[in-house]
Design a protein around this ligand. Structure first.
Ligand code: ATP
Ligand code: MG
Length: 559
């Protein structure tokens, strides 16, 4: 696994270890709320937490922050477990749930009531909001704030027993309604929800708020470094307050900026909307920034980890270019993906001087980056397909590929020359008649004559037919989170994010491609056998990335 590039969090952890804090131990955790699938932003947090633990000989827990029964589902829990594992991380036997701590959290709430530090409040959610004040004005104390400890104990117990309807009462921390930090203005610790929980069933009808559960859950697990995103910076004093009042183990919280990626959105609420309203076909749609989507698209876990390492960790938010992620994907696939020939938009070529019914097998290199990958045989015959875009009847100056009277090389095969063009009654080109030069077998002319282009091709009789799906960015706008007035983020969806090509022709070796296998289709990009829609003998391919390195171009432009 990659060693982490140095960053400020790593430095803090290293200092703590060197100073012997927490006995030199490092325990981190990744704490997702199971209310959606993981996305590439979560991957940043996963790599950071698991990476630090591994580097300092500690461990990282996987903990579901499942305090809200309304939005949480088993499907999400399962997908998160699968995705973290796929990314390459292991939490051993430390799979935890905040709901495992409901009893303990309840006990601590009772303790805080007894200490006079928490009270039952009858204000409605609306009223609590009104009483809270604003950034510039202090809040107002609740009329229920000075209930006696006995009354609070009695009411809280009865809340738990289900005597009161949803929303009629809350348990609140008694801190300071005039605090400059709104989070400290008597925040709600428990609310009533007569709802079944995916793990605790109907045992509870009161549920702890995230802000009350989170710090204590970390404490229970002995977390030494509680790493979270910047929006929790203002919550830290509250977490500190709970831990100090209770006098329990105190993790060190460190905040970092969340990842934003260009041409996509990374908020579960927005991703859920894309799924629910049919803008994409599910959480694992290959255009989604979810790990499930990227896996299906064909991204490798190595590439994603590498990306997370490269973007670094900072306090300031920025927008990372999708080109960098694609660059990382390409870089890895270049090393591991076998090369094959596939024609996505076929144009028929008849080699008029090649005997009909004859076939021969030519040697093709599997991966020039990997000498051990060897060679394979590709069949050649008198009817071939080439890419429609590789021919122009009246080519402009810069076009060096096939045209009437022009000679090009067929990769691993022969030079061919276009002799004539056959059209249908509408004037559409339906096939080309070419001649080949037998002396150029393997791709070079003994007389030293040169051609300006090398094309990929397949033999018509031997090729297999397959569906290929090409993807583009899901959003046309670089930052779709920056929504102009009167618009919605969905207004920026790219109408051309998916193009389906139904009758592509692939070299026959792909007949045995298995679900999830990745290839480079020469000149066309990297492709992966779709894990959902492929059937035995009839693969569907997703384009993972093109071969064009937009990132390198961007970097050059910046210099
Ligand atoms: P969202 O805003 O997408 O709903 P969230 O923060 O509510 O995300 P959680 O399930 O609570 O999602 O997140 C689990 C962990 O992943 C948290 O520690 C959170 O800080 C981190 N995380 C979430 N989104 C990002 C992101 N874009 N970049 C980095 N870390 C993130
Ligand atoms: Mg959250």
């Amino acid at each position: 696994m990659e060693v982490q590039v140095s960053n400020f969090i790593r430095n803090i952890v290293a200092e703590d270890v060197a100073a012997g804090k927490h006995g030199g131990k490092v325990i981190t955790r990744f704490p997702p709320e199971p209310n959606g699938y993981l996305h590439i932003g979560h991957a940043k947090s996963i790599c950071l937490n698991f990476g630090l633990a591994a580097e300092f000989g500690g461990h990282c827990n996987l903990r579901f922050d499942d305090t809200n029964p309304t939005k949480e589902e088993q499907e999400y829990v399962d997908s998160i477990i699968e995705d973290v594992r796929w990314l390459g991380f292991d939490w051993g036997d430390r799979l935890y749930y905040a709901s495992d701590y409901f009893d303990k959290l309840y006990e601590w709430a009772v303790q805080l009531i007894k200490m006079g530090k928490a009270y039952v409040c009858d204000l409605s959610a609306e009223e609590i909001r009104e009483y809270r004040g604003t950034l510039t004005e202090p809040g107002k104390e609740s009329p229920y704030r000075n209930r006696s400890v006995e009354e609070n104990l009695d009411l809280f117990e009865r809340m738990r027993k289900g005597e009161f309807p949803d929303g009629s009462k809350t348990l609140r921390a008694k801190i300071d309604m005039a605090s400059g930090n709104i989070n400290m203005r008597d925040p709600v610790m428990y609310r009533i929800k007569h709802e079944d929980h995916h793990r605790t069933g109907n045992k509870w009808c009161i549920y702890p708020m995230y802000d009350y559960a989170h710090g204590q859950s970390d404490s229970i697990e002995g977390v030494t470094h509680s790493i979270c995103t910047m929006e929790y910076e203002d919550h830290r004093p509250l977490y500190d307050w709970f831990l100090d009042q209770l006098g329990i183990h105190h993790p060190r919280q460190i905040e970092f900026a969340r990842l934003n990626l260009s041409h996509t959105v990374l908020s579960k609420r927005r991703l859920l909307k894309l799924v629910n309203e049919g803008y994409v076909k599910g959480w694992n749609d290959p255009r989604m920034p979810t790990l499930a989507g990227m896996r299906r698209r064909g991204y490798t876990p190595d590439a994603i980890r590498n990306f997370c390492n490269r973007i670094g960790v900072a306090k300031k938010e920025s927008l990372v270019d999708m080109g960098l992620l694609e660059y990382c994907v390409r870089e890895h696939l270049n090393k591991i993906a076998p090369r094959v020939m596939a024609v996505l938009r076929p144009l028929k070529v008849v080699i008029t001087n090649y005997p009909e019914g004859q076939e021969e097998y030519l040697d093709a290199i599997n991966n020039p980056e990997d000498p051990d990958a060897g060679t394979r045989k590709v069949p050649f015959s008198n009817v071939l397909y080439i890419e429609r875009d590789d021919f122009m009847e009246t080519p402009p100056k810069q076009f060096f590929r096939l045209a009437p009277g022009r000679e090009v090389r067929l990769r691993y095969a022969y030079f061919i020359k276009c002799e004539s063009v056959v059209k249908d009654e509408n004037g559409e080109i339906v096939e080309l008649h070419c001649t080949y030069d037998p002396a150029t077998r393997g791709g070079d002319a003994p007389d030293g004559r040169k051609v300006k282009a090398t094309l990929h091709w397949v033999s018509a009789e031997h090729a297999i037919e397959a569906e290929v799906r090409l993807y583009d960015y899901l959003f046309v706008k670089e930052d779709p989170n920056d929504v102009e007035e009167g618009k919605e983020f969905t207004d920026y969806i790219n109408p051309k994010s998916l193009e389906v090509l139904k009758s592509c022709r692939l070299e026959p070796s792909l007949k045995d491609a298995k679900i999830g296998d990745r290839f480079q289709f020469e000149r066309m990009g990297y492709f992966c056998v779709d894990i959902v829609d492929s059937k035995p003998g009839s693969p569907v391919f997703n384009r993972i990335v093109t071969l064009k390195d937009e990132w390198a171009k961007i970097q050059k432009g910046k210099k």
